[in-house]
Design a protein around this ligand. Structure first.
Ligand code: PLP
Length: 397
């Protein structure tokens, strides 16, 4: 049967983060008390005013019909206004394409910019879908390892050392999934200038823009390095900021000719995003930020809880992340020694053991290009978080 499958899909694996959260949900439905640290998904309900906007939209006959591929005009305008408000980037609504989540926005962009043979620079640890989407576009992934010691931040020297005549695109994300690392505006400026000088395109993923802590500052690359703007595509979405993962609304903002090509592609693949979800997204990006701030304060508190719990485990290094809602402990020094009487050699085996012994679902670093690490999302209720951390500490201590 495998022979029937295209070479393209045979190259990719299922998203490990979705696979783990699906498995955790399955075990829960069977009555197992699993605590899921796997999904990058806020535990909060979508704010009421957003749900109310969707409810109202579903009563409007116009919302039951096809609408423009690139998104509802009012939403594209609101995204342009929100982008100027939040990151300072002035864009035209015509540059915005509304997509089925940020993930789909990224897929469109890779399909639009990357040809077979093109090299794509990808700082590691990286979010699991980037390499697969690059591969699906025929591109070659060039991972650039970063470490906890350097704050998981990529440098211009590293980028320059990896550059070849085939380098087409740099993927940049700050705050980052899986590490939570936030690059400083100065570092982002240097990277943007380097990209502009070398003629490399940048895809900058701003999905965690509002989740920064301790005075860490979010900076948008085309704002701090305007010289890269003509070769830069911004990807963003409502999922993480507004607790809207299930609504599936994201967007890309690209230079006009690239945006036109993205729209051409999307017109043959998904058409537009569900109108009702778009109207919910409009209420989100146009609406008050009070609940977003309250959610951020809660994540901030939980961030310290997780960091402190891991700080008490010998031979595990867990930097305090400056953004997003993940921690990414390095467990390499804890491998090759028995855990709960079992010999463990990889982070994948450790995650399997933690699921069996402690009933906690974590994602192993392998899928993020960083074997020997674990990713935990702390976007789960305080009670679950405490219970899960106690179980992890009991097994690893
Ligand atoms: N980019 C990053 C770095 C992410 O972590 C995620 C989700 O986990 C996405 C993009 C996509 O989010 P969505 O497709 O839910 O908008």
């Amino acid at each position: 049967m495998t022979a029937a499958l295209s070479a393209r899909v045979r190259q990719i694996i299922e998203s490990p983060t979705l696979a783990i959260s699906t498995e955790a949900k399955r075990l829960r439905s069977e009555g197992v008390d699993v605590i899921g640290f796997g999904a990058g998904e806020p535990d909060f309900a979508t704010p009421d005013h957003i749900v109310a906007a969707a409810r109202a939209a579903s009563d409007e006959p116009a919302m039951h019909r096809y609408s423009p591929t690139a998104g509802l005009p009012a939403l594209r305008e609101a995204i342009a206004a929100k982008t100027a408000r939040d990151s300072g980037l002035e864009v035209d609504a015509g540059q915005v394409t509304v997509t089925n989540g940020g993930k789909h926005g990224l897929f469109n962009v890779f399909q639009t910019l990357v040809d077979p043979g093109d090299e794509v620079l990808l700082p590691a640890p990286y979010w699991v879908s980037y390499p697969e989407q690059i591969t699906l576009a025929g591109g070659t992934v060039v991972p650039l390892p970063t470490t906890a010691a350097d704050g998981y931040r990529v440098t211009v020297d590293q980028l320059e050392a990896a550059r070849t005549p085939a380098t087409k695109v740099l993927v940049f994300v700050s705050p980052s999934n899986p590490t939570g690392a936030v690059q400083t505006p100065q570092q982002i400026r240097e990277i943007g200038r380097w990209a502009a000088d070398t003629g490399i395109w940048v895809i900058t993923d701003e999905i965690y823009e509002h989740l920064v802590y301790d005075g860490a500052e979010f900076a948008s690359m085309p704002v701090v390095a305007p010289e890269v703007a003509s070769r830069c595509v911004v990807v963003n979405g409502v999922a993480k900021t507004y607790a809207m993962t299930g609504w599936r609304v994201g967007w890309s903002i690209a230079p006009a000719p690239v945006a036109a090509a993205i729209n051409r592609l999307q017109s043959h693949v998904t058409s537009h995003v569900c109108n009702v979800a778009q109207r919910a997204a409009l209420a989100a990006v146009d609406g008050p930020m009070t609940q977003v701030e309250a959610m951020r304060d809660t994540y901030d508190r939980r961030r310290h809880l997780v960091h402190e719990a891991f700080g008490g485990i010998d031979d595990v290094v867990c930097p305090l992340p400056g953004g997003a809602f993940y921690v990414f402990p390095d467990v390499r020094a804890r491998l090759h020694r028995p855990v709960s009487g079992r010999r463990i050699t990889t982070s994948l085996e450790l995650c399997n053991l933690l699921l069996d012994e402690a009933e906690v679902a974590l994602v192993p670093g392998e899928g993020f290009g960083a074997p020997g690490h674990l990713r935990l999302s702390y976007a789960l209720s305080d009670e679950e978080l405490q219970k899960g951390l106690t179980r992890i500490v009991d097994v690893l201590q």
